[in-house]
Design a protein around this ligand. Structure first.
Ligand code: UDX
Length: 437
């Protein structure tokens, strides 16, 4: 099929490449010239394992073409995906829909009447209806619109797109749903369940799933707070409750909490939308989910103060600044937030990250960039493991101990082997665990 993809950020770039890999002829539209040039040259403007190779492959096979503005070649496509961002508004908790509306309106100028437009961006429930009305007004005919939420995770984006747990299609007509199903036919034939439903439910699925994941993480982080106060161990607790099949062990890792471009803004946007619908109370518990999550950052700052006393001129090394490993995304990153807060309290903060220092660029010059872990460790008063990159999980505690006199580490992600670190002479403080002696 001939497919266009509007917006080539994490979601759109991955989706465009995935569609090309399924054998479709794809045109990606990205108005940001810098991003576009980079992609055209086969270089991703962000870090995502495996995606760069796949991008280069599809560009050179000619299945993927990239443009800055839609023209006749976009207009002649059978299916158009809208993958632009919906960030949190700066003055409220709601989602900023201007990019979705702008992309839809621009697309409507070029659309052929039988083409199907498919939204993938995460939006408040009810937005598709508004978008369809806007697009129909611009196009002058009834625009065929469907909603198809995307569940990909950064770090495994392409894999998640090509082998998702499920495909969800929200449509106003069976014919529209059938067109979207045809796009995914090879994946559906491979056994992935495809759920066709009404548009409002499809819009809700995404925020409901992310809210559930956020709640699960905050639940175990709340247990970590209880564990810290009572002498219990939240990691052993998670192991024990996670073995109950009804609960499950995934997304039950206590630590510095969730961040990134989705979970935090999605729960806030969801609360704002529920209030608009007059059912704010139904998901008011997400407020607590947000608060528990942010309190974990306070806890790490508090622990640092407890260890170091006044923070002025104390040297702290923060290992990892991306919001999670295998990503260089710094949006709402818990580790970066902790680093900045320690720095604002007077500490000399060094940061290290295997991939995200580039994304940090020249922002926050107060954070000193450690080019490698050894250099960062030298002369440090405290180490904080903020993002669980493999490089840190595999660190040799004895070799690290040789580089530092004040051997104290806060494992804010619970990934270090407590006994090995203690045996090497470290005081290891793990969130939600009372392991330090
Ligand atoms: C998330 C959803 O998982 C994905 O389905 C959706 O499409 C986009 O949002 P992503 O933001 O890439 O994906 O990250 P995810 O793997 O969900 O992790 C989110 C955050 O939760 C990270 O900061 C991670 O460190 C944290 N986390 C995750 C925990 O603190 N504990 C856990 O047990 C799991």
């Amino acid at each position: 099929m001939r497919i266009s993809v509007f917006g080539l950020g994490y979601l759109g770039a991955t989706h465009a490449v995935a569609m090309a890999q399924l054998g479709h002829e794809v045109i990606g539209v990205e108005p940001d010239e810098k991003k576009l040039e980079s992609l055209k040259a086969g270089t991703l403007p962000f870090y995502e394992p495996g995606l760069g190779e796949a991008l280069r492959q599809e560009l050179s096979a000619g299945r993927l073409n990239l443009v800055s503005t839609p023209g006749p070649e976009v207009g002649s496509c059978d299916v158009h995906f809208i993958c632009v961002g919906t960030p949190q508004l700066t003055d409220s908790e709601g989602a900023d829909l201007r990019y979705v509306i702008a992309a839809g309106s621009e697309l409507a100028l070029h659309l052929k009447p039988d083409a199907v437009v498919v939204g993938k961006s995460t939006i408040p429930v009810g937005t598709a209806e508004t978008l369809r009305t806007e697009m129909t007004a611009v196009a002058g005919f009834d625009v065929r619109l469907a909603w198809n939420p995307e569940f990909l995770r950064e770090g495994t984006a392409l894999e998640d797109s090509l082998a998702p747990d499920r495909i969800v299609i929200g449509a106003w007509s069976e014919d529209d749903a059938a067109v979207v199903q045809r796009v995914y036919q090879p994946i559906i034939d491979g056994g992935v369940p495809c759920l066709v439903m009404d548009v409002a439910t499809a819009e809700l699925v995404k925020v409901a799933a992310n809210s559930f994941l956020a709640t699960k993480i905050s639940f175990i982080n709340a247990m970590a707070e209880i564990a810290e106060a009572s002498g219990a161990d939240a990691v052993r607790l998670a192991e024990a409750i996670g073995m109950d099949e009804r609960i499950g062990s995934k997304f039950l890792r206590n630590g510095l909490g969730f961040g990134g471009g989705c979970l935090p803004k999605d729960i806030r946007g969801f609360m704002a939308r529920a209030r608009e619908l007059g059912v704010g109370e139904s998901i008011e518990f997400l407020r607590q989910v947000d608060h528990v999550n942010l309190r974990r950052r306070d806890r790490v700052v508090e622990l640092a103060k407890k260890e170091l006393g006044a923070l002025e001129n104390k040297r702290v090394l923060v290992l990892g600044i991306s919001f999670k490993p295998n990503s260089d995304d710094l949006r709402d990153s818990p580790a970066l937030d902790v680093a900045l807060r320690l720095s604002s309290l007077g500490a000399e903060v060094r940061v290290h990250d295997p991939k995200a220092l580039g994304a940090l660029g020249d922002r926050h010059p107060e954070l000193l960039r450690a080019q490698d872990v050894s250099a960062g460790l030298e002369g440090c008063d405290l180490v904080i493991l903020g993002t669980e990159w493999e490089e840190y999980r595999e660190m040799d505690p004895r070799a690290a101990a040789d580089l530092i006199s004040n051997k104290v580490i806060i494992d804010a992600r619970n990934v270090l082997e407590v006994e090995a670190w203690q045996a090497a002479g470290w005081k290891l403080i793990a969130l939600g665990r009372n392991v330090h002696k």
